[in-house]
Design a protein around this ligand. Structure first.
Ligand code: MSP
Length: 514
């Protein structure tokens, strides 16, 4: 059975993880948890990108071997994910034999088919971005310097002339354009897809994919002294980790028959916008060269700035996710990431905005609602909802909760996480309004007979909220569900079950005010 396969980029091990890395990985986790809740079988891959000159240099600066250096930083990534409640199924490091062997076999195979060929590379190289540029990509500036064309980088480029192997990327411009046109869901969001389309329409150059001036990379078997270019190596992780057996791979190293087909093609690949060209152009061309199907969707999200500034080494303003996890709890961190800016856009991460959102939406809107409703059920109904079904379905101030559930699911499926949270908060706010309007404390005196049906409806709605927020805030969802008398494992469909006879109790608040 094909699994829902989703991936994050492999993060470079030259620096510790920050909120930018956390963002993409939590996004993938949110989708993975949503799919699991919907009953799908999921495979979620993340990992680290460990080769290349940049890592070699960082290791040298730290006085370590590249492998020892990579081991240390990779552990920081793999150690952070559980603290962010990320449940990945696999963590690939590009220095693992399962990856390296396959990269080597793929290289040799493409050499045979002719999509990889030998030539001389002349041009410019940015060590920091690990990207090659031609004379026209990087024309000299007014002072005659060649600087990295990436506006975020602008570091001096290194002139390059070396014998190298090339990937025949130019051959794939036409099939790529055909694929983009036939599969509008392939590149998302649409405005970034258009950029890629325009780029490919101008024609593609073959790409140098080996280096011989340094050693920290996957060695090319048939060309001693050459190592595989870090991007060509790293992009392949999405299939090497999935157990792709390239022609020529030693039988002892092969994964069992059918294992790869259970995962590939990937359903969603998340990346940041700055590496979209690699994922929207180079990567699908590599797959075409291998005769493999393309991922269904490659989604490029936007970038966070921090307190109005780009995060950078020189500014020393990398934000550590643990600052927020320690201060507000992991769920609040996960929530704010997707509530503060629409997924796909750019936005600013500020401590003040975080605190405001935490207090108004989590402590006030959701936390208060949950505790006051649970408390009133304890007080007025002795902590137990009526048996039977006093209402047909939950309605929050006129919102049909079941219909809303379909909308939330549709937004999640379209990766519109911000919209999904917006729909959920419509219900949270409506429920708060309902309490204010119906004033159960007055009804307890004037019309106590109405309270069982009212709370039955409210608790049912709150249960739905707890299911919807589960992908974003798993710990909070679990706390709410325990207090709302949910029994057994919860799935997306559980919100349909009426809470007949449920035992409701109020425990410590969900989000203490800060
Ligand atoms: N190693 C390459 C990717 C290879 S994938 C086969 C790389 N690594 S990275 O460590 O630089 O990570 C880049 C990714 O981290 C971005 O694409 C994005 O997913 C995430 N982010 C890093 N900084 C970010 C922000 N400031 N804002 C949002 N996401 C960012 O590139």
């Amino acid at each position: 059975m094909k699994k829902f396969y989703l991936t994050t980029p492999l993060y470079y091990v030259n620096a510790a993880p920050h909120i930018g890395h956390a963002y993409t990985t939590v996004a993938a986790d949110v989708l993975a948890r949503f799919k699991r809740l919907r009953g799908e079988s999921v495979h979620f891959l993340t990992g680290t990108d460990e080769h290349g000159e940049k890592i070699e240099e960082a290791a040298k600066a730290a006085g370590k071997t590249p492998q020892a250096f990579a081991d240390e930083t990779a552990a920081k990534f793999s150690g952070l994910w559980p603290k962010l409640d990320i449940l990945h199924d696999d963590f690939i490091r590009t220095t693992e034999p399962r990856h390296e062997r396959r990269v080597q076999a793929i290289f040799e195979h493409l050499l045979k088919t002719g999509d990889v060929f030998k030539g001389v590379y002349k041009g410019w190289y940015c060590v920091s971005d690990a990207t090659y540029f031609t004379d026209t990509d990087a024309p000299p500036d007014e002072k005659g310097r060649r600087l990295c064309p990436n506006a975020e980088c602008r570091k001096p480029l290194t002139p390059m002339e070396e014998e190298a192997y090339f990937f025949k990327l130019s051959r794939f411009a036409k099939p790529l354009l055909e694929h983009y046109r036939a599969h509008p869901e392939f590149l998302q969001p649409a405005h970034r897809a258009n950029e890629m389309l325009r780029f490919v329409e101008e024609g593609l150059h073959d790409q140098s994919i080996t280096r011989s001036k340094f050693a920290w990379g996957v060695p090319v078997l048939s060309a001693p002294g050459h190592v595989v270019y870090v991007w060509f190596d790293a992009l392949l992780n999405y299939i090497t980790a999935a157990g792709y057996n390239p022609p020529g791979l030693a039988a002892a190293a092969a994964s069992p028959a059918g294992a790869f087909e259970e995962l590939w093609p990937a359903d969603v690949q998340f990346v940041g916008k700055e590496i979209y060209r690699f994922h929207a152009v180079t990567w699908p061309a590599m797959l075409m060269a291998l005769g493999l199907p393309l991922p269904k969707t490659v989604f490029a999200h936007g970038w966070w700035t921090v307190e109005g500034q780009k995060m950078s080494k020189s500014k020393g303003n990398f934000l550590d996710p643990m600052e927020f996890v320690d201060g507000y709890g992991v769920d609040a961190f996960r929530y704010v990431l997707f509530r503060e800016m629409p997924f796909g856009n750019d936005g600013d991460f500020s401590r003040e905005a975080f605190k405001k959102r935490y207090n108004s939406e989590l402590a006030n809107d959701l936390g208060n609602l949950h505790s006051r409703v649970a408390q009133m059920v304890e007080k007025y109904l002795g902590g137990r909802l009526p048996e039977g079904r006093p209402v047909d379905k939950p309605t929050a101030q006129g919102i049909d909760v079941f219909a809303q559930s379909e909308k939330v699911a549709a937004a999640m499926d379209k990766l519109l996480f911000y919209d999904a949270l917006g729909l959920i908060w419509e219900v949270v706010r409506a429920l708060n309004e309902r309490v204010d309007k119906e004033k159960p404390w007055e009804k307890a005196k004037t019309a106590p007979g109405q309270l069982p049906a009212l709370f039955f409806d409210m608790i049912w709605s709150l249960r739905a909220v707890s299911v919807w927020i589960q992908p974003f805030m798993p710990a909070t969802a679990a706390k709410m569900q325990a207090q709302l008398g949910f029994k057994g494992p919860v799935s997306w469909e559980s919100l349909k079950e009426p809470p007949a006879g449920a035992a409701v109790k109020k425990e410590a608040g969900l989000f203490p005010r800060k």
